[in-house]
Design a binder for this molecule. Sequence first.
Ligand SMILES: Cc1ncc(COP(=O)(O)O)c(C=O)c1O
Length: 387
Amino acid sequence: MPKLPVYLDNQATTRVDPRVVEAMLPHFTMTYGNAASVSHRFGWEAAEAVDRGREQVARLIGAEAREIILTSGGTESNNLAIKGVLPGLKSRGNHIVTAATEHKSVLDPMKRLGREGWELTVVPPAPDGLVSVDAIAAVLTERTVLVSVMAANNEVGTLNPIAAIGRLCRARGILFHTDAIQAVGKVPLDVNDDSIDLLSLSAHKIYGPKGVGALFVRRRDPPVRLVPLFDGGGHERGFRSGTVAVPLVVGLGEAAALAGQERAEESARILELRERLHAAISGQIPAIHLNGHKTQRLPGNLNLSFAGVDGEALMMAMRDVAVSSGSACTSANPEPSHVLRAIGVTEELTRASLRFGLGRFTTAEEIDFAADTVARAVTRLRAAEAS
Ligand SMILES: Cc1ncc(COP(=O)(O)O)c(C=O)c1O
């Protein structure tokens, strides 16, 4: 029996890797200086730690350290990318493009800009969640200045063809932003190979601490100009004022370094566990629908709808397994999943959906326990419904 409850919500957040915690600790109590203090050793040591973290982040995505702006997390990175880049593009056009399956931290800034006079196109995905190059190409105009498409979806795990979308945008002289918060450290990514101009990432999805992230901003070919969202002390070369959270940046850097070293092997192991979970559940109960793409998906994501079962009731019936549901009331957002709606999942199957998120610390024993627990709960709820 595994230690309970079993955590299978790794797309919501991940446990901090003990090696990351270890790396962070001295920066709370020993090298606790302000990285902007240039007049003493406490400051110099803090600045060195920040530089190292920035290097580690840059290396993970094939960028240069000076192309990395440190932020408070994915939400800020997405907002800074979108709201920061558009003022400089006004003279070139007024059309911006994103996809209906994006995270709210991309969709909502885009919609706000749409209300403020930018012409916004929200591209619908295919039923498997894919945002195709053709779908993006079909909406581009002479006036398009920015395209934002996520690398991997946080709910259904679908991986988008971002290298192809990047190439398309580059050829048309359009800037390309990708929310890579779920993809970084899980699938191969390189800002040059993939023609990415702006890329958002977040530490807490890669076994680092919450409250820190980064935005990659291309410096050349083409150089991307940003205006800051915050004014203040001029930190991060003026693009993100506010004292840099040194221990968190050290954690982000260490998490990025570990992700770089372990990604290939880890993703293969996690994929095998996901297939084991899927097979074990489908082997025990009928009428299951897979949401998202069959193969082109995050290794650690399995999103299933159990026909005839209410997702909330199902989660209540399996309290020893921590997952999330596409129905309302399971997140900070009280709406049912906009992602499942966008890919055409019926309201009934949206209510019946569960997202299983596997990660670095997931074991085969936990997967077997989770599969049996789910199968038992679904069978019981279906029998209750039928009687
Ligand atoms: C795809 C995606 N984008 C953005 C975010 C927001 O990141 P953060 O929690 O670091 O603000 C998340 C996490 O919930 C996410 O999964």
